[in-house]
Design a protein around this ligand. Structure first.
Ligand code: NIG
Ligand code: FE
Length: 407
């Protein structure tokens, strides 16, 4: 084994297990080697044979160690901005009205197609740096602003490239069923058929980890999404869904039939949708940034979800139209304020349950043998991660055992 690093004199919030914050460990330490957690616990219990092999020690002055944060739903790669649309919405136009008038997602598609690979990379890197500086170690990035084979491929390549840069682990989702591109006006079913073919090609090129769609009046119907999901199943790819954001389409029930990893948004989720998700083990990804930024008032059915035992995740949904949010901690804070999560639930939502929403069993908790993705926070208690709105409290960010210098 390569060199061992010891993070010591810390307190640990493991998020592993049902007790509050997982388990809290005082005078704790985490030993890291070969990208994994080799040992963790109360420092006096560190076995002497391991202590003898420690090469680097980080004294953390009673700071808190949590699992690295996981942003399980973003649209980070895109061209242009939609700040003018924000003004229009403040002046009274709705998100759907703007979409119908040719603004919305379609305007970002136009800007994305024009931006070129280097333009997309440059702006996405800047946004990614902000998310990482606030604790993100794994991020999901969707396509969905290209809407042609080449443009979707470019978005996914840029997302992969961000991962290869080395500062964060990237998972990609294919979201061609996000909006109908103008060249397919009036031919939505033809577009779905094309998108299924693109999926096969992009999967073969190693660019896709999961398949997503926008099931909505201004997006795609359940029948159309089902055709894509059948293709995903054929290819062995997991699915997830933007479901019941603006209306109840029964998308959650459809997604549950395909054992979806997650259904996301869910403001209009029905009781039947809740039950279907519970039975399928599908995670509910809450996106309070979009709820807040669009000035929504209808809440996801949180009590019903919790009663049914559906795991809750929290993500930024970073995108230029409905959620230009660049802090997962702020998303946690908004989830507490708007959706009634406790700070402990919000942290689970951005760690262990977010990992589950991406189908990743090797992270999201502090446990021996899992990936050493860690955040060290200069706070008095992990509840503060949802309390502070902004500010810098991250002192170390560790990605697969590597100390990242941005923290
Ligand atoms: O998750 N709802 C659909 N997609 C995005 C918004 C995309 C956009 O407005 O550009 C979302 O909120
Ligand atoms: Fe989204």
């Amino acid at each position: 084994m390569n060199s061992l690093s010891l993070y010591r004199d810390a307190r640990l919030a493991t998020l592993d297990g049902p007790e509050p914050w997982g388990a809290l460990v005082e005078n704790g330490a985490v030993l890291v080697g070969d990208g994994r957690i080799v040992w963790m616990g109360a420092l006096p219990r560190l076995p002497s044979e391991l202590a003898a092999r420690v090469e680097t020690e980080h004294h953390l002055h009673n700071a808190w160690i949590t699992p690295g944060l996981i942003d399980c739903h973003t649209h980070l790669v895109y061209g242009g901005l939609r700040a003018k649309e924000f003004e229009a919405r403040l002046a009274g136009l709705s998100y759907e009205e703007i979409a119908h008038a040719g603004g919305g997602i379609r305007s970002t598609v136009q800007a994305t197609r024009l931006a070129g690979e280097s333009g997309l990379l440059k702006t996405a890197r800047q946004r990614l740096a902000a998310l990482c500086a606030d604790g993100v170690t794994t991020i999901e990035i969707k396509s969905g602003y290209g809407l042609s084979l080449v443009d979707e491929a470019r978005m996914l390549q840029v997302a992969r490239r961000l991962g290869h840069d080395g500062g964060v682990d990237v998972r990609t989702s294919f979201l061609a069923l996000h909006a109908l591109p103008p060249e397919f006006d009036g031919r939505a079913d033809d577009y779905v058929a094309e998108a299924c073919q693109w999926l096969a090609k992009l999967h073969e090129a190693g660019l896709v980890d999961a398949v997503d769609a926008f099931c909505e009046r201004i997006g795609f119907s359940c029948a159309q999404v089902e055709r894509l999901f059948i293709k995903a199943r054929e290819l062995g790819l997991p699915v997830k869904l933007h479901a019941e954001q603006l209306s109840d389409q029964g998308g959650a029930q459809l997604a549950a039939r395909f054992k979806a990893l997650s259904c996301d948004h869910l403001e209009w989720l029905s009781p039947e949708g809740v039950q279907a998700m519970a039975q399928a083990g599908t995670v509910a990804v809450l996106l309070p940034g979009a709820f807040h930024f669009l000035g929504e008032t209808r809440l996801p059915p949180l009590a019903a979800l919790q009663e049914a035992g559906v795991p809750l995740a929290v993500a930024t949904d970073h995108n230029p139209g409905s959620s230009p949010l660049l802090s997962l901690r702020l998303a946690m804070s908004l989830a507490c304020r708007h959706f009634g999560l406790t700070p402990e639930q919000a942290l689970r939502g951005a760690t262990v349950n977010a990992a589950r929403a991406l189908g990743l069993a090797d992270r999201g908790r502090l446990r021996t043998g899992l990936r050493a993705d860690l955040c060290v926070w200069a706070v008095d208690h992990p509840r503060e991660l949802s309390y502070w709105m902004g500010g810098r409290m991250l002192t170390h960010r560790v990605l697969a055992g590597q100390e990242m210098l941005d923290a």
